[in-house]
Design a protein. Structure first.
Length: 253
């Protein structure tokens, strides 16, 4: 890990990839770690784990869906220590495709990400030096709309497209954008799945893959590669063929 990357912010840090990233970077010797989540007990546990590696951890109980509170929190973090990496990682699965769950999926996954990265981008634009990195957690599910989980896959497709577009549009500001598309990773979301999960990965291994991709400045950090290749191949098939294949995939809860 480069020494100049000293201060990191992670949303959705109380479990899964967010927790693993918090621990990974703490072990690498970062100075300030800003984490948030909605579960006080889990967030406290992550804070304690990271502090034992010497990081100064600032934990905030907050929902990414609260636009004004997120803006205020991110600005406060920037005043404490100039942010080098902002991970817009918080997300939810949909479960049953009810209207309530549908709205919650887009509000959290899409608007929650926008509420995180927009204030960070505005701060980055004003800063002239130091690493300025935004990492957006999408999903391999975002490569093609999935009939088994329409809302979830659509929300992740939105983040994938947005991250790819921002990477080019913010280049002149020296802002690095990395879009993360994991496959099945151990988390509270995948714990609920009843469908097969090929190439299942631990959160710890995923965090290492993500960190390496960010250090190499890979625009799209998509893994594991066999699943990335498979979903990419399916995404370019004619609709008649892809519809047939996707309609027969197991349901994702």
């Amino acid at each position: 890990m480069k020494n100049i990357v000293s201060n990191i912010l992670i949303t959705g840090a109380s479990s899964g990839i967010g927790e693993a990233l918090a621990v990974y970077y703490s072990q690498k010797g970062i100075k300030h770690l800003f984490i948030c989540g909605r579960n006080a007990e889990r967030l406290h546990d992550v804070k304690k784990r990271c502090e034992q590696y010497g990081a100064e951890v600032h934990a905030k109980l907050i929902s990414v869906t609260d636009k004004e509170k997120m803006k205020k929190w991110i600005e406060e973090c920037e005043k404490t220590a100039p942010l080098n990496i902002v991970f817009a990682n918080a997300g939810v699965s949909t479960g049953a495709e009810t209207p309530e769950n549908l709205y919650n999926t887009f509000e959290t996954n899409v608007m929650g990400t926008i509420n995180t990265i927009t204030p960070a981008i505005e701060l980055y634009k004003k800063r002239k030096s130091g690493p300025k990195i935004i990492a957006i957690t999408s999903s391999i599910a975002g490569y093609h709309g999935l009939p088994a989980c329409p809302s979830y896959s659509a929300s992740k497709a939105c983040l994938k497209a947005y991250g790819e577009a921002l990477r080019c549009s913010l280049k002149d500001f020296d802002i690095q954008i990395n879009t993360i598309c994991p496959g099945f990773v151990k988390s509270r979301i995948t714990d609920k799945n009843t469908c097969p999960m090929p190439f299942f990965m631990s959160a710890e291994k995923s965090a290492a893959v993500i960190a390496e991709g960010i250090e190499k400045n890979s625009g799209l950090i998509s893994f594991p590669w066999p699943m990335r290749f498979a979903v990419w191949g399916l995404s370019i098939l004619p609709n008649r063929i892809s519809d047939y294949i996707y309609s027969r995939l197991p349901h994702k809860v």
